[in-house]
Write a protein that binds this ligand. Structure first.
Ligand code: GLU
Ligand code: MG
Length: 458
């Protein structure tokens, strides 16, 4: 892997780097199937052992959902043993908010050191390698949105409303955003820009593009850092997709581009205009069109991987700035896939949110794109109009279908998509589905205050 030169670094070199950082504690961490960072801290005296052989975690940890309840049908029972979390030297960083500590994101390995089939990060690497075999590399950039809350008498409430996108909102959050930016820089994550978003106290942090595994690592790093820095500022940073019915949701837009070995865009059309045909309205050449066509062909399953919780579908509503339709469009923010920018070199997938595991979500996106390239799928014409405000007849005239409307539909769409499941492998794909379905089953039993207000009549 061209961009992961340090992966083969010897233990001594990594130890020297950790000593250079003044690390007395090494947090060895991974993202669980829900996308949560999990880890253990190793003291200095055990660094060499941890770096060489990894540290063990119960496989059972991966059978739990976000309520910390175990999926009843999990394959990771009490008898399922351990995996080894082996630090990736390419994902080592100091922890500015935990002085004296560094962290390493880990590969999940078997006892013999081979990749474990339950490791989502390894599933993503397999996709990257499949592209490399075709002479293609990828750049990925995540754009997470979040709310900043402060303590209120009835629980957390968004910090004061300054008006959407205002400099006043930027000023109010400047100390927090600058502290997060500083922490990320120290941790090797490049930030493109930070912005106040639409909702009161809502922010967006745009991470600079990177190769896919680093891009997913960087998102995990950003979320860990933002939460830690918020706590130090007496705030709560939450990436929940839709914290309130009536204010903007928090998305996780993903920008993806393809590059050839010569460094040129593999997405763009033939710019010197060979042939007499008019350029495709996407502006993409055959590879870019196949990639886009693949993402559209697998749109409903990808929506499930990127937006897998009951709260996700409170966000993905027509006319909400979050997409509800499986279509692509040029510049248009109402579509699932947007082709931004005049240069037409990338796609932005807009359905995902921060309840996803970014390795699993990206594995699905890359597998869908590759399927489209291999089958020469065509994306058709871009959608026209503000899709959230078109009538069913107008949508039908453009051949546009809806994304899943509920988490149940979304998880069924993942279960029905053989390409996505094959890319994840039976262990990650199958067990992820069980975990997310078990969480949904709990959510479906909850009686909301609205239900009591509406149906509890004497
Ligand atoms: N907050 C919107 C969402 O939930 C996105 C707004 C934007 O276009 O940045 O996806
Ligand atoms: Mg935004």
């Amino acid at each position: 892997m061209g961009e992961r030169p340090s992966e083969n670094q010897g233990v001594d070199a990594v130890l020297a780097r950790l000593d250079g950082l003044g690390a007395q504690h090494l947090w060895v961490q991974y993202a669980d199937y829900n996308g949560r960072s999990q880890g253990k801290s190793v003291p200095r005296a055990r660094f060499a052992e941890a770096l060489a052989g990894g540290i063990s975690f119960a496989r059972a940890n991966l059978g739990f959902n976000l309520t910390d309840a175990q999926a009843p049908d999990t394959g990771f029972g009490a008898d399922s043993g351990d995996f080894l979390a082996v630090p990736d030297p390419a994902a080592l960083a100091p922890l500015p908010y935990a002085p004296g500590a560094a962290r390493a994101i880990a590969w999940m390995r078997r006892d013999d050191g081979a990749p474990w089939e339950g490791c989502p990060r390894s599933a993503l690497l397999r996709q990257v390698e499949a592209y490399a075999e075709r002479g293609l590399s990828l750049r990925v950039a995540f754009e997470p949105e979040a709310y900043l809350f402060e303590a209120g008498p009835d629980g957390p409430r968004p910090i004061a409303a300054d008006g959407m996108f205002t400099v006043a909102a930027l000023e109010r959050t400047a100390a927090f955003l600058q502290a997060v930016g500083g922490a990320l820089e120290t941790m090797g994550v490049e930030v493109e820009q930070v912005a106040p978003e639409y909702g009161p106290g809502q922010i967006e942090i745009n991470i600079r593009h990177a190769e896919p595994v680093k891009a997913a690592d960087d998102l995990i790093t950003l979320k860990d850092a933002a939460r830690a820095v918020a706590r130090a500022h007496g705030l709560v940073a939450s990436f929940m997709p839709k914290p309130f019915e009536t204010i903007a949701g928090c998305g996780l837009h993903v920008h993806l581009s393809l590059w050839s070995a010569d460094g040129g865009s593999a997405m763009a059309g033939d710019e010197d205009g060979a042939g007499d045909e008019a350029p495709h309205p996407s502006g993409f050449g055959p590879t870019g069109r196949g990639f886009l066509g693949g993402i559209l062909a697998h749109a409903r399953g990808l929506c499930g991987l990127g937006a897998p919780t009951v709260n996700s579908y409170k966000r993905l509503r027509p006319g909400s700035w979050a997409p509800a339709h499986a279509a692509y469009a040029v510049a248009n923010r109402s579509a699932l896939v947007r082709i931004p920018g005049a240069s037409r070199r990338r796609v932005e997938f807009r359905a995902g949110d921060n309840t996803s595991n970014p390795y699993i979500f990206l594995t699905g996106l890359l597998a869908a794109g590759l399927d489209g390239i291999e089958r020469g799928l065509e994306p058709g014409s871009p959608a026209e109009g503000d899709l959230g405000h078109l009538s069913p007849a107008e949508l039908a005239a453009q051949g546009i279908i809806l994304l899943p409307r509920t988490a149940g539909e979304a998880l069924d769409a993942v279960a029905a998509d053989g390409t996505l499941l094959a890319a994840l492998g039976p262990t990650v794909g199958g067990e992820w589905l069980k975990v997310k379905r078990s969480e949904l089953a709990i959510a479906e039993t909850v009686v909301s205050p609205w239900e009591r207000e509406t149906y509890l009549r004497g």
